[in-house]
Ligand binder design. Structure first.
Ligand SMILES: [Zn+2]
Length: 491
């Protein structure tokens, strides 16, 4: 008889510096699966639950679907979302009949209204319902901010091992195999959790580049040890002002092996801490360098306004520098529904003059006045054509392009996360023919534009996802913390 395991979860990366609240509607628009749809909507996908479904037959599991929801990275999650999720999980656990375990797919950096440690709150609530003995295994994102309150109620936490993230399915398969082992043995593994007082930024976290490449190689070696069930090195999410921020190590298995593995992985991170420092250039200098290169395209990458990290995407510091620096053959994208509508109303071929961007946060700059010819005005939606999130639908709403003579400003009504080339091509910019192209992201740009780029500069603008952590107004970290306090000691 297969073992009966309930499956569900919630996925949200919360940028606590962003004022854009994440309500139930944001979840309904992005990912909202209930009952059988959890299985039918996840089967065959490279997601955690897709992996659990794929591994279930060999692991001897029958999956009982409950609820699985997610929303795009943004600000604080509404309390009603957490309450709804827990009510559904509780009802499904209570009516499922005999259960042998629970699998949850989580992010680990979710913050909700009145709940700093929202993932821990969910896992503890489920533990309280199922009691102390039933196996409970969770997957989490590489950007989780892990803490004891999350580690304690879960028997095992399994984090992604890649950035850009490509191993969600593989980690879901791990979770299915591991819970099957726990059910069969009736034993709980020894767990070791180490928190490191270091903040690292997405720009320096890709796992195919130093220093994470070497650290992940060490992790792979540690996991070859027979005494280790699973281990994780977690990069954490820097844009969350919570006490549990910071990189973390998890190791599960036999006591001595897990202790040794965690110590070795913590050393691997801490000894490389200086290598996590990003290269950053101020906007005026970045524009000057891009113009001086006199080749193209040069990508000006702006991690501080990283839409994928929850930033608004309407920052104007870089646009201002492009206009003042008299950049030519440049293109940039700004989220501004009102300006897109106003420019579209003027009409293609006509002149538009008006302020754009800078609507969400003073930190991201003032609205900037632009003047030029409207060259495109219509609604834009498509499926992503690039290596990352391929096939996912993208909807930019009404889009208008204003050509100022030097800079083509693409104004969008929905936030255009730069995971494809179509958000530029459809509104009239061929990126390979431009001299300068901006990207409001941290590392994902290189997968899509790396091959066509003649060069790139990471720009140091103020913003809620700044790679310059000195700029972030943390109030709740327990100091000292590296690199804010360069002399921080560990352990
Ligand atoms: Zn992530």
């Amino acid at each position: 008889m297969p073992k009966r395991v309930l499956v569900g979860g919630i996925w949200h990366e919360t940028n606590s510096f962003s004022p854009v609240k994440t309500d139930l509607d944001a979840f309904r628009r992005y990912l909202y699966l209930e009952g059988e749809a959890v299985i039918s909507g996840s089967r065959g996908t490279n997601t955690e639950i897709g992996g659990m479904i794929a591994a279930a037959p060999d692991a001897g599991l029958e999956l009982i679907p409950s609820i699985y929801i997610g929303a795009a990275p943004s600000g604080m999650v509404s309390r009603e979302v957490i309450d709804l999720l827990l009510a559904r999980l509780k009802a499904d656990i209570e009516t499922a009949g005999k259960l042998d375990g629970v699998l949850l797919a989580l992010h680990g950096a979710m913050v909700a209204e009145g709940i700093d440690q929202a993932d821990a709150h969910v896992v503890q609530a489920v533990r309280d319902i199922i009691g102390p003995d039933m196996p409970l295994v969770c997957t989490i994102d590489f950007h989780a901010n892990v803490e004891s309150a999350l580690v304690e109620p879960a028997d095992v936490l399994i984090a992604y091992k890649t950035l850009p993230h490509v191993d969600m399915g593989a980690r879901g398969e791990d979770a299915a195999r591991i819970i099957s082992k726990l059910i069969a043995s009736g034993k709980k593994p020894h767990k070791v959790f180490r928190k490191l007082p270091i903040i690292t930024v997405p720009q320096r976290q890709p796992t195919h580049e130093s220093p994470m490449r070497e650290i992940m190689a060490e992790l792979a070696e540690v996991e070859r040890d027979e005494g280790i069930l699973t281990a994780s090195v977690i990069g954490a999410f820097a844009y969350c002002d919570v006490p549990q921020l910071g990189m973390a190590i998890l190791a599960y298995g036999e006591k001595d092996d897990a202790e040794a593995a965690a110590g070795r992985l913590a050393d691997a991170v801490w000894s490389r801490r200086a290598q996590f420092k990003p290269d950053l250039v101020l906007p005026d200098e970045a524009v000057r360098r891009a113009i001086a290169a006199n080749a193209g395209p040069i990508f000006l990458v702006e991690p501080a306004d990283n839409i994928g990290g929850g930033a608004p995407g309407d920052g104007t510091h870089l646009l201002k520098a492009l206009l003042e620096g008299r950049a030519r053959e440049a293109a940039t994208v700004i989220w501004d529904p009102a300006a897109a509508k106003a420019a579209a109303a003027v009409g293609v071929g006509k002149r538009f003059k008006g302020k754009v961007g800078g609507n969400t946060l003073a930190l991201h700059g003032e609205p900037v006045e632009i003047e030029g010819t409207v060259t495109f005005a219509q609604a834009v939606s498509y499926r992503r054509d690039s290596t990352w999130m391929t096939g996912q639908p993208a909807d930019l709403g009404l889009v208008a392009t204003v050509d100022t003579g030097g800079v083509k400003v693409i104004l969008t009504s929905e936030r255009a996360i730069p995971f494809d080339t179509l958000h530029l091509r459809i509104p009239g910019v061929e990126p390979e023919k431009a001299k300068i192209v901006t990207a409001k992201c941290a590392s994902a740009w290189s997968g899509i534009f790396g091959k066509m780029a003649e060069g790139h500069v990471y720009v140091d603008t103020p913003g809620v996802c700044s790679s310059n952590v000195e700029r972030m107004p943390y109030t709740r970290l327990e100091r000292p913390f590296y690199p804010l306090d360069p002399d921080t000691q560990y352990p």
